[in-house]
Design a binder for this molecule. Structure first.
Ligand SMILES: Nc1ncnc2c1ncn2[C@@H]1O[C@H](COP(=O)(O)OP(=O)(O)OP(=O)(O)O)[C@@H](O)[C@H]1O
Length: 317
């Protein structure tokens, strides 16, 4: 493994339900368990609405889970309150798709980058400029950006600023939710290379949510595939084309072929509503191989001897 097998985060049986206006509950995450290791990039993929953002917002303590626990270095962070919860946020930072929404347009870049450090009283006012320049160097931007405002910068530059701000507190974990998706391909490639470089230097663990399966397979050590609030498969990024779960295989077929960039087949059928989860396998209504047992029993995620996990009744370990 290119990363250490030291557990940094353990997501354990997370269920997240939302109460919707008509009184029913919507299950966005349905018993999700995942481990993140030190220095690892863990990709999370799946169609829109499968629960990726809800899962990472629960990790970020933005949502309280309905059930389950999230252990960071052995401590269940979902139970932390007040100052203990605030302190823990230093270790897990997030970069969103559109950092502009998070930036105050009237603040100088140096103040935006150093705001987390000021909030935790780690640096004084007169140390902001120097610290901002140091962080700008890490994300390979000129020190001149310290004095600028976010309005007149390119998307790639803003995303580097967002990364610099997220790294300011020297977190152990960086969560990137579609962080490179709005960038054009060449800028995206440079930002991704930067993330890999920083990860190697700092042994950072990264959770990377992205719709682009080719990018995920290139960047991520492991990839978790989500469907209707469930993890259906976990496999090595470089083995994504060897996926075995019928959903992952369909997802791979439905996107542009990694080799010839040619669209080949769309995934048939609609994703069922998370308001009305079926008994049994979440993928049963779209699976061409569906059998009786798939409608009765929900398959558990089983670890194969090659480190590949699959939740499917039809595939044996
Ligand atoms: N605050 C909320 N209240 C009610 N329902 C929500 C809330 N947030 C998310 N959902 C629902 O939970 C399900 C999972 O949404 P989520 O945003 O986590 O999916 P996603 O995989 O991140 O999708 P996308 O790729 O489009 O961002 C969806 O059905 C969504 O409508």
């Amino acid at each position: 493994m290119p990363f250490e097998m030291e557990k940094v985060l353990e997501i354990s049986h997370i269920v997240k339900q939302f109460l919707v206006p008509d009184g029913r509950s919507l299950t966005a995450c349905d018993d999700v368990s995942l481990t993140l290791y030190k220095g690892e990039t863990l990709g999370i993929v799946g169609e829109s609405g499968c629960g990726k953002s809800t899962l990472v917002k629960t990790v970020m303590q933005l949502y309280a889970p309905t059930a389950g626990a999230i252990y960071h270095r052995g401590v269940d962070i979902t139970k932390l309150k007040g100052e203990a919860a605030r302190q823990n946020r230093q270790h897990i930072q997030m970069v969103f798709q559109d950092p502009m929404q998070a930036f105050n347009p009237k603040m100088k870049i140096q103040d935006i980058i150093c705001e987390p450090l000021r909030n935790f009283a780690i640096i004084k006012r007169n140390q902001v400029e120097e610290k901002a320049k140091e962080l700008l160097r890490i994300v390979e931007l000129s020190e001149e950006f310290a004095e600028r405002y976010p309005g007149n910068m390119s998307g790639g530059q803003r995303q580097r600023i967002a990364i610099a701000r997220a790294l300011a507190l020297e977190p152990e974990i960086l969560v990137c939710d579609e962080a490179t998706s709005a960038l054009d391909v060449s800028v995206q490639e440079r930002v991704v290379k930067l993330l890999v470089k920083i990860q190697k230097e700092k042994q950072l663990s990264i959770i990377f949510i992205c719709h682009d399966l080719a990018l995920v397979s290139k960047l991520c050590h492991r990839v978790a595939v989500m469907y209707l609030g469930n993890i259906v498969e976990i496999l090595s990024g470089d083995a994504i084309l060897e996926a075995k779960h019928p959903y992952t295989k369909a997802l791979l077929r439905s996107v542009f072929s990694l080799k010839c960039k040619e669209e080949i087949q769309l995934l048939d059928g609609e994703v069922p509503s998370p308001l009305d989860l079926p008994q049994g396998c979440p993928f049963q209504d779209r699976c061409v191989e569906c059998r009786g047992i798939c409608r009765q029993e929900k398959p558990v995620l089983k670890l194969n001897s090659d480190g590949h996990s699959i939740a499917c009744h039809l595939i044996s370990a």
